[in-house]
Design a protein around this ligand. Structure first.
Ligand SMILES: [Zn+2]
Length: 81
């Protein structure tokens, strides 16, 4: 399992190894694999923790990712533009 940090809030995250695990989101308590790689419309991709994914709008852009900030261990939000 790779260790990395969220592109949005910068919190340390872990990514469960293997593409199959990308789709097990929600099946555990979050202790194993706490981020997903999201590919955006503009072709960029970003490693984002689940709280950041939850905070993003339906059609996120790289600018939205830049605004993400950590509130606490379990929450993120979009900061001011
Ligand atoms: Zn994050």
């Amino acid at each position: 399992m790779a260790r990395d940090s969220c592109d949005g809030c910068g919190r340390p995250v872990s990514v469960a190894g293997g593409i199959a695990n990308l789709w097990t989101f929600g099946e555990d308590d979050g202790s194993e694999g706490s981020a997903m790689m999201l590919e955006f419309e503009d072709g960029s991709d970003h490693l984002l923790c689940y709280p950041c994914i939850a905070a993003l709008p339906d059609e996120p852009t790289a600018e939205d990712v830049a605004r993400l900030e950590q509130i606490d261990e379990e929450s993120s939000r979009l900061g001011p533009v």
